[in-house]
Ligand binder design. Structure first.
Ligand SMILES: NC(=O)c1ccc[n+]([C@@H]2O[C@H](COP(=O)([O-])OP(=O)(O)OC[C@H]3O[C@@H](n4cnc5c(N)ncnc54)[C@H](OP(=O)(O)O)[C@@H]3O)[C@@H](O)[C@H]2O)c1
Length: 230
């Protein structure tokens, strides 16, 4: 894989920032998406790699997504990799039986509609890509096999994201677009808190899915490059 054009959402901190770094270290061009442009610019300055491109992106804002589509279309004319990383509300403070539906609505907007709108908006450019891949950054919390009553907003949106992944993979197989869900494991970030593993370890499986060979897998759910239960 040489000089892929990539977008990473929520790339100004945590796992998204590290995914951007690892992709850029491989020589790929990475659009570092962040809700605030100055956060994207600061991240690019901190990482100090030539192929990083800062851009404002709020995945809950249709006009923000359209601005990025216009930018990528005019600058590159195609897209190879979409990493849907941005997510919110790891809601350890509530249970399925007492959920606040406003919190759920916010989680749905960011964690489900965000990746879905990004994929659909960038589809024409992905179809022009040389090695098109979509990576939906999911979580073991969305595993149906181990579902409990905790983190309800987060878990149900990641479960839905996994379903979306399967639907997209089957729909886009004919266009040679590989779509996979990846859980980074428990990672020490603002969301994961202390005690998790280093961001480099969590990012590795996402970068792997973003750079799969053309005969690579599609429609799977992975952690550390290995399939896990839905
Ligand atoms: N950390 C873990 O242990 C763990 C485990 C399993 C799965 N994951 C998944 O891994 C991914 C990254 O998690 P993380 O731990 O790196 O989280 P994080 O440290 O909380 O970072 C989240 C990122 O998403 C961005 N974001 C939030 N809402 C956004 C929006 N509407 N538009 C664009 N960007 C937005 C944030 O931007 P701001 O700075 O503007 O808020 C931030 O850059 C998520 O999908 C998460 O569910 C994490």
């Amino acid at each position: 894989m040489k000089n892929l054009i990539c977008i990473v959402t929520g790339a100004n901190r945590g796992i998204g920032k590290e995914v951007s770094r690892q992709l850029a270290m491989q020589g790929h061009t990475v659009i570092v998406g962040a809700r605030k442009l100055d956060a994207a610019q600061t991240t690019v300055t901190e990482l100090g790699l030539d192929t990083l491109v800062p851009h404002q992106l709020d995945v809950t804002d249709d006009s923000s997504i359209e601005n990025l589509v216009k930018f990528v279309s005019e600058k590159f004319g195609m897209l190879d990799v979409l990493v849907n990383n941005a997510a919110i509300h790891y809601d350890t403070w509530q249970r399925v039986t007492n959920i606040d539906f406003n919190t759920l609505e916010e989680a749905v907007q960011t964690n489900l509609y965000g990746p879905w709108k990004m994929a659909n908006s960038f589809l024409p450019l992905l179809k022009k890509g040389n090695h098109p891949r979509i990576v939906n950054v999911s979580s073991g919390a969305g595993e149906l096999a181990s579902m409990s009553g905790g983190t309800p907003a987060y878990s149900i949106t990641k479960l839905a994201l996994n379903g979306l992944t399967q639907m997209q993979a089957k729909s886009l197989r004919g266009d040679n677009i590989l779509v996979n869900a990846v859980c980074p494991g428990w990672v020490a970030t603002d969301m994961g808190g202390s005690g998790g593993r280093p961001v480099a370890d969590g990012a590795d499986g996402i970068v792997w899915a973003a750079t799969l060979p053309d005969n690579g897998t599609t429609g799977g759910f992975f952690r550390d490059r290995k399939p896990i239960d839905w």
